[in-house]
Ligand binder design. Structure first.
Ligand code: HEM
Ligand SMILES: [Ca+2]
Length: 327
C-alpha cells in the first residue's frame, strides 16, 4: 500500500475543512424541524394567540426580542431589554420541551414567534428558516454597542445596521416599520417634547397637535416609564401607517422621524414609497426580516439547545442576568 502524495493530502485536508465548515456553519432550512418537531410553529402560534387575548401588545414585544437577539454580538444569547415577553417565551419553551425535548432552540423560538406575531397582527406572512442554536455566552457590553438607540442620528442608525451586516437603507427603513405596533416609554422620546438638543424648544420635526398629545401623556419631569403607542393611528395592527405618520411628522421616536425628516437623506424616497404602497413595505419587510434572522447564527454542533431560554444549560441561577439590555 503506498501513501498518498502530499498534494492529495493537502487537497484532502482543504476539502475536509471546507465540508466540515459547511456542516459546522450549516445553512438554515425551512424543513429543519419537520421530522423532529413538526408542530413547533403551530404551538408557538397558539401560545401567542392565547397571550394576545389579555395582552394586545405581546406580539410587538416578541418581535422586539428577536430583533435584539439578532443584533447582539455573535456569541450573545436570547437577549432583550424591557424584559417583556419572557414569560410567554417560557410557556412556549415548556410546551415544546414536553413534546420534543431538547430539540427547538430558543433562538428559533424567537424567530418563529416574531414571524407569527406579524401574521397574527394582519401583517405579511413568510416561511421561517430554522436550525439556529443557542449561544453559551453573552456579552452585555458588546450587545449594547450594536443595539440602536432612539436618540441616534440617521448616520448613527446606519452605522449600527451596517455594523451587524445589514448594509442597505431599505433594511433600516423596512425594519423600522415594525414600530407600526407596540409601545414606547416616555423616557425614549420625551427629549423631543420640551428642550430638544438644548434649544429650549420641542423637536421642530414633531407635528404640533401630536406634540400636545404627547406632552399630556409625558409631562415634564413626569414618570419616564409611562407608555404610549408607537403608531397612534393603528396601535396593534401591522400595516404601513407608521410611514404615513412620518409624512405628517407624527413619528414617535427621534430615530423614526429622522428617516423622513433628515434633509436630503436617501431614506426619504423609501419612506414615501412604503407610505404609498403597503405591499412594497410588506415585501421589503419580509426580505429584511429574513436577512436579520440570518445574522451571526450558530448552527450544526455549535452552541447548544437551551432547556431554559433564560440561562445557559448547567447554569443554576434563573434570572435575566445573562440577557443583554439596551435602553
Ligand atoms: C432602527 C432602530 C431602532 C430603534 C432606535 C428602536 C428603538 C425602540 C425603542 C426605544 C422602543 C421603546 C422601548 C421602550 O420604551 O421600552 C422600541 C420598541 C419597539 N421596537 Fe424598536 N427600535 C429600532 C428598530 C426596531 C426593529 C428593527 C424592530 C423589529 C423588526 C423593532 C421593533 C420594536 C417593537 C415591535 C417595539 C414595541 C415593543 C413593545 O411594545 O413591547 N424595533 N424600539
Ligand atoms: Ca399600525
Amino acid at each position: 500500500m503506498h501513501s498518498p502524495s502530499p498534494l492529495v493530502v493537502i487537497f484532502g485536508l482543504a476539502y475536509g475543512i471546507l465540508i466540515g465548515g459547511w456542516f459546522a456553519n450549516g445553512q438554515l432550512s425551512s424543513t429543519f424541524y419537520d421530522q423532529t418537531c413538526p408542530y413547533a410553529s403551530c404551538i408557538i402560534r397558539e401560545v401567542i394567540k392565547q397571550a394576545l387575548e389579555s395582552d394586545p401588545r405581546i406580539g410587538a414585544s416578541l418581535i422586539r426580542l428577536h430583533f435584539h437577539d439578532c443584533f447582539s454580538e455573535k456569541e450573545a444569547i436570547a437577549n432583550n431589554n424591557s424584559a417583556r415577553g419572557f414569560d410567554v417565551v417560557d410557556t412556549m419553551k415548556a410546551k415544546l420541551e414536553s413534546i420534543c425535548p431538547a430539540t427547538v432552540s430558543c433562538a428559533d423560538i424567537l424567530t418563529i414567534a416574531a414571524q407569527q406575531s406579524v401574521s397574527l397582527a394582519e401583517g405579511p406572512s413568510w416561511t421561517n428558516l430554522l436550525g439556529r442554536r443557542d449561544s453559551t455566552t453573552a456579552n452585555r457590553t458588546l450587545a449594547n454597542l450594536n443595539i440602536p438607540s432612539p436618540f441616534d442620528t440617521l448616520d448613527g442608525l446606519k452605522f449600527k445596521f451596517t455594523n451587524v451586516g445589514l448594509n442597505n437603507n431599505t433594511d433600516l427603513v423596512a425594519l423600522s416599520g415594525a414600530h407600526t405596533f407596540g409601545r414606547a416609554q416616555c423616557r425614549t422620546f420625551s427629549n423631543r417634547l420640551y428642550d430638544f438638543n438644548n434649544t429650549g424648544l420641542p423637536d421642530p420635526t414633531l407635528n404640533t397637535t401630536y406634540l400636545q398629545t404627547l406632552r399630556q401623556i409625558c409631562p415634564q419631569g413626569g414618570n419616564g416609564s409611562v407608555i404610549t403607542n408607537l403608531d397612534f393611528t393603528t396601535p396593534n395592527a401591522f400595516d404601513n401607517n407608521y410611514f404615513s405618520n412620518l409624512l405628517s411628522n407624527e413619528g414617535l421616536l427621534q430615530s423614526d422621524q429622522e428617516l423622513f425628516s433628515t434633509a436630503g437623506a436617501d431614506t426619504v424616497d423609501i419612506v414615501n414609497n412604503f407610505s404609498a404602497n403597503q405591499s412594497a413595505f410588506f415585501d421589503s419587510f419580509v426580505e429584511s426580516m429574513i436577512s436579520m434572522g440570518n445574522l451571526s447564527v450558530l448552527t450544526g454542533t455549535d452552541g447548544e439547545i437551551r432547556l431554559n431560554c433564560r440561562v445557559v444549560n448547567g447554569n443554576s441561577t434563573t434570572d435575566d442576568s445573562l440577557l443583554v439590555s439596551s435602553i
